[in-house]
Design a protein around this ligand. Structure first.
Ligand code: DAT
Ligand code: MG
Length: 167
């Protein structure tokens, strides 16, 4: 069954120059990339993305981490992979949430670490199931940034919509 999955290359992955390595590893899945962009993560986006962890003691560190405050890299790379069993394939390659428990050959096992203050710097995010993937993709992307029609959409006309244009 074809699925979409949100992948984030987190600020530690970018700072460690791992983008190429991670994309090469993910290409083993033979899935299709249907969207990709660099994102400066607002506090609001970070909190919404991780809202299921709001009550955890590490929530505040997690928000700082995904916003890039721990790595002086205020950006993440967001991608959508699409194809057969996309979630399982990408999560297998990513490895366990705790990078010390992740198998050595996985992306998190190869490149992740736990800091002395207990932050799991695990390099990438991968949606955990179809419902989460849909919620996350709708949070991170607009329909016109994705080259296939993943979910039902509508056309709206926005009046007095302010946007930047080239001078
Ligand atoms: P995953 O990213 O594997 O889907 P998750 O959704 O449960 O895992 O958690 C989101 C992130 O929160 C995870 O990538 C790292 C962090 N995290 C989870 N459990 C943690 C813990 N016990 N201590 C520190 N950070 C944790
Ligand atoms: Mg998760």
């Amino acid at each position: 069954m074809n699925q979409a999955v949100l992948i984030l290359i987190k600020p530690d992955g970018l700072k460690k120059s791992l983008t190429g390595n991670i994309l090469t590893r993910l290409s083993e899945t033979k899935l299709e990339i249907v969207a990709a962009k660099m994102v400066r993560v607002s506090r609001q986006l970070a909190e919404e993305h991780y809202k299921h962890l709001k009550d955890k003691p590490f929530f505040e560190d997690l928000i700082k981490y995904i916003q890039g405050e721990l790595h002086d890299r205020r950006k993440v790379m967001a991608l959508i992979y699409w194809g057969k069993d996309a979630i399982r394939k990408c999560r297998e390659l990513a490895g366990a949430t705790n990078p010390e428990e992740a198998e050595a050959t996985t992306i998190r096992g190869s490149y992740g670490r736990i800091t002395t203050s207990g932050v799991y710097e695990n390099v990438i995010h991968v949606s955990s199931n179809e419902a989460e993937a849909e919620r996350e993709i709708k949070l991170w992307f607009n329909p016109d940034e994705i080259i296939v029609d993943l979910y039902p959409q509508k056309e709206i006309v926005e009046k007095e919509y302010k946007r930047k244009a080239w001078t």
